[in-house]
Write a protein that binds this ligand. Structure first.
Ligand SMILES: [Zn+2]
Length: 303
C-alpha cells in the first residue's frame, strides 16, 4: 500500500483526484479553470483568486499527521474485517500518541455516513436493544479505578430479504423507547411505503398514519423468544454487542457511541463488498467530502 503512496505529493494528488474527479472546482465561485499552484498543496482560483488547499474542509483539514500515515490508517481500518481500536492502530502504525490514533479513527467514522443516503425499503424490522459499555470514570468512593458497565439504548432497523438474508441497517442511540424517539428514527431511516415489522409497543402505534404498512407481533409469555419473530434485529444486536466488546474491548464511552454506530453501519452495509480496495476508496471518497471534526469537539460532546 505504501508503495502507491511513496510520499506526501503522491498522497495529495490521490486526494485531489478524489475530491475533484472532473478537475478542480473553486470552493468559493465554482470556476473550473486549472488553478494556479503556488506550492504542492496550495491552489489559487484563476477567476476569484481564492486560495485553498486540497485538504481544507475535509477530514484531513489542518492535520499535523502526514497524509501517508492517514492513508495507511484508512487502509488498515478498511482491511480489518472488524475494524481496529485506537490502541491497535497506534501500535501498527507506530504512532507517538494514543490521542492521534483516536482522533484519526473518529474523523474517519464521521466520514462513514454519507449525507443524503437512501432510506431503507421493502420489509424492515424495527426494535430497540440495550448495549453495554464499560464506563471507566473514576468513582468518588476511592482512589482505585473501578469500571462498571453503562448501558445505552439503540434503535435498530434492518431490511429483511426474501427468501432469506438481510439487507442494509440503520442504528441510532435513543434516550428512552418512547414514541417521540422511535417514530422520528423510523421516519429518518425508512422510506414511506415500506412494510415495518415491530413488536406490540405503543411507541409504534401511529406508523400506519405515516404511510408505512405496519405489521405488529404481539408476544405473550407463552411465545418463543423474540429472535424467532425478529431475526434481523436479533442478529444485528448481537453482532453489534460482540463488536463493541471485542474490537473495542468495551472501551466506548456512552457519549461517543453514535460514532461507533456509524462505523458499524458502514461495515455491515458493505459486508459483501468483494474488494476491500473498494472499501478503502469509498472511505477516502467520503473523507474528502466531509467536514473535519476537532478532538475537542469530539470529547466535549455531551451525553
Ligand atoms: Zn474562485
Amino acid at each position: 500500500m505504501l508503495d502507491w503512496f511513496a510520499d506526501e505529493a503522491a498522497c495529495l494528488s490521490y486526494l485531489e483526484q478524489l475530491r475533484w474527479p472532473l478537475g478542480f472546482v473553486c470552493p468559493r465561485c465554482g470556476d473550473t479553470s486549472e488553478p494556479y499552484r503556488s506550492s504542492r498543496d496550495r491552489l489559487m482560483c484563476r477567476a476569484c483568486r481564492h486560495q485553498c488547499t486540497v485538504t481544507a474542509g475535509t477530514v484531513f483539514d489542518k492535520t499535523r499527521t502526514p497524509l501517508r500515515t492517514w492513508l495507511a490508517a484508512a487502509w488498515y481500518v478498511t482491511n480489518q474485517k472488524y475494524g481496529v481500536s485506537a490502541l491497535g492502530l497506534q501500535r501498527v502504525l507506530g504512532l507517538g500518541s494514543y490521542q492521534t490514533s483516536w482522533t484519526m479513527l473518529h474523523r474517519f467514522r464521521r466520514a462513514m455516513v454519507r449525507a443524503g443516503r437512501e432510506r431503507l425499503k421493502g420489509n424492515v424490522e424495527v426494535d430497540e436493544s440495550y448495549v453495554g459499555m464499560r464506563d471507566s470514570r473514576k468513582l468518588l468512593s476511592g482512589a482505585k479505578l473501578k469500571s462498571h458497565t453503562a448501558r445505552s439504548l439503540v434503535a435498530i432497523a434492518v431490511e429483511v430479504q426474501e427468501p432469506k438474508g438481510f439487507g442494509r441497517i440503520r442504528l441510532r442511540r435513543i434516550p428512552v423507547d418512547s414514541e417521540r424517539y422511535l417514530l422520528s428514527f423510523v421516519r429518518d431511516a425508512i422510506e414511506p411505503g415500506a412494510k415495518v415489522h415491530t413488536d406490540g409497543s405503543a411507541a409504534y402505534r401511529s406508523l400506519s398514519e405515516h404511510e408505512y404498512v405496519h405489521e405488529r407481533s404481539v408476544h405473550s409469555a407463552s411465545d418463543g423468544p423474540a429472535h424467532v419473530s425478529m431475526p434481523g434485529v436479533h442478529r444485528v444486536a448481537s453482532l453489534l454487542k460482540r463488536w463493541l466488546l471485542g474490537t473495542h474491548q468495551g472501551a466506548v464511552q456512552p457519549s461517543q457511541l453514535d460514532y461507533y454506530l456509524d462505523e458499524f453501519t458502514f461495515r455491515f452495509n458493505r459486508r459483501t463488498s468483494r474488494s476491500r480496495g473498494l472499501l478503502f476508496y469509498r472511505l477516502l471518497e467520503q473523507a474528502v467530502a466531509t467536514q473535519p471534526v476537532t478532538y475537542q469537539r469530539i470529547i466535549d460532546r455531551k451525553t
